[in-house]
Design a protein around this ligand. Structure first.
Ligand SMILES: NC(=O)C1=CN([C@@H]2O[C@H](COP(=O)(O)OP(=O)(O)OC[C@H]3O[C@@H](n4cnc5c(N)ncnc54)[C@H](O)[C@@H]3O)[C@@H](O)[C@H]2O)C=CC1
Ligand SMILES: O=C(O)CCC(=O)C(=O)O
Length: 412
């Protein structure tokens, strides 16, 4: 598996070359605006001390305040967070929402911490970054291992220093100013993007078979919405294992099972298979919704899907990208496919600024408009630069960021 930062930087450089960017501008666009690395020590419930490393990496703010999630995961380390921050910069530009890119996280295993330990950890994290974020500077959101409750703690801790500030985060609980539809937004955006891509190939979700890796926020919403549209999901996985049923998994029953049991284990509507095997199952569409670097040069040759929809950030190593492209697999890149989350985060901030609440149908209709608009813009970049969808999305995003950087006169 390739280092995440090397992988995203390689994609960026290829796009910069297609756009003919000046090499000094290229260097400046790649370099993070600011990196913050800090200690997060808390007392555990049993009285012992435990220390973790926290990060907030702010990549670029030429198009607006920096924006991006907070990840709690053992692999949330420097290069991973840096790569994710960079992806946010291109992603916000691809869907044309007025933000830059950032990402943060703590290298910890949230499932090993109690709720009160997670709350203390989140408050320490916020204490360490409160003077580096701000509504006009950098606005965090949920990512792997964090959720609306985490955002509520961040907002509460931040408010102790800066006055009541619910808009310091997005993806917060509805009761505290969150947007209807934000929880489902990333998965819903993935499904809108999938519909747009399949339609181009005279296919639809109904009548296609799907394999989904990851059954958390994004994966479970993708599964639910694909199932609702008549798609047949033949395998899903989470950290506990992978489940296969070639007749189609009963997703509502699996969601209920997960709600009660916390994982996919012991669901009786399919057979357990090895997690690695999941990626190489016979299917039309493979949707990675978990970690980065899961499609590598080792397994790409074995992938049988015709379409890969990158709901996860950075799931495909560049070598795997090449192998899959040579095989004719069509890849819908992360910086477009999973941009529904940040798009509805933007709607959340618009609602906060105006002190209004949109109904969910309006949120979803606006999300669809942004996703279709971005798909058409990517396709037109593909024609201009005679490139694949990943480079179409990168040239669109990088080009917009470069334009704003130059317009603002930086480096002059
Ligand atoms: N939450 C959001 O709004 C957004 C999330 N994303 C990306 O989507 C991906 C998933 O994020 P969330 O669903 O929010 O996280 P989550 O923490 O809610 O869920 C993660 C899921 O991945 C599973 N998982 C972890 N390791 C695994 C492994 N080795 N094999 C199979 N499954 C595994 C977990 O069991 C869990 O089901 C990440 O790459 C994230 O960066 C992208 C855009 C926005
Ligand atoms: O909603 C947001 O601001 C960011 C979501 C995110 O972290 C992502 O798109 O990877």
């Amino acid at each position: 598996m390739m280092n995440a930062l090397a992988s995203t930087s390689r994609n960026f450089r290829n796009a910069a070359r297609l756009l003919g960017l000046d090499s000094n501008l290229e260097k400046s666009l790649l370099m993070p605006y600011k990196e913050i690395k800090f200690e997060c020590t808390i007392r555990k419930d049993d009285g012992t001390l435990v220390s973790y490393v926290g990060y907030r990496i702010q990549h670029d703010n030429s198009r607006g305040p920096m924006k991006g999630g907070i990840r709690y995961h053992p692999k949330a380390e420097h290069d991973e967070i840096n790569a994710l921050a960079q992806l946010m910069t291109w992603k916000t530009a691809v869907v044309n929402v007025p933000y830059g890119g950032a990402k943060g996280g703590i290298a910890c295993s949230p499932k090993d911490l109690s709720i009160s330990e997670l709350e203390r950890l989140t408050r320490v994290f916020t204490l360490k970054i409160h003077d580096a974020i701000g509504v006009n500077v950098d606005v965090p959101a949920p990512d792997m291992g964090t959720n609306a409750q985490t955002m509520a703690w961040i907002s509460d801790e931040y408010s102790k220093f800066h006055g009541y500030s619910p808009e310091i985060v997005t993806g917060k609980p509805i009761e505290l100013g969150g947007s209807l539809g934000r929880e489902a937004a990333t998965g819903r955006g993935v499904v809108y993007a999938t519909e747009a891509l399949l339609a181009e190939h005279d296919k639809s979700i109904k009548g296609s078979t799907f394999v989904i890796q990851g059954f958390g926020n994004v994966g479970s919403w993708v599964a639910r919405l694909i199932h609702e549209r008549g798609g047949k999901i033949i395998a899903v996985s989470d950290i506990s294992g992978a489940l296969k049923n070639t007749n189609g998994i009963d997703i509502p029953a699996l969601l209920e099972h997960k709600e009660t049991n916390g994982s996919l284990i012991s669901f009786d509507g399919g057979d357990m298979i090895n997690g690695d095997e999941l990626l190489t199952q016979e299917c039309d569409v493979l949707v990675p919704c978990a970690l980065s670097g899961v499609l590598t040069r080792e397994n790409a040759g074995e992938v049988k899907a015709k379409f890969v929809i990158e709901a996860a950030n950075n799931p495909t190593d560049p070598e795997a990208d090449e192998i899959l492209s040579q095989k004719g697999v069509v890849i819908l890149p992360d910086i477009y496919a999973n941009a529904g989350g940040v798009t509805v985060s933007h709607f959340e901030l618009v609602q906060n600024n105006q002190n209004v609440m949109w109904d969910e149908d309006n949120v979803n209709a606006q999300l669809k408009k942004y996703m279709s608009g971005a798909f058409n813009s990517i396709k037109s970049m593909c024609q201009t630069h005679e490139c694949n969808l990943r480079m179409g999305a990168y040239t669109l995003g990088v080009g917009r960021v470069a334009k704003c950087t130059l317009l603002r006169g930086w480096g002059s």
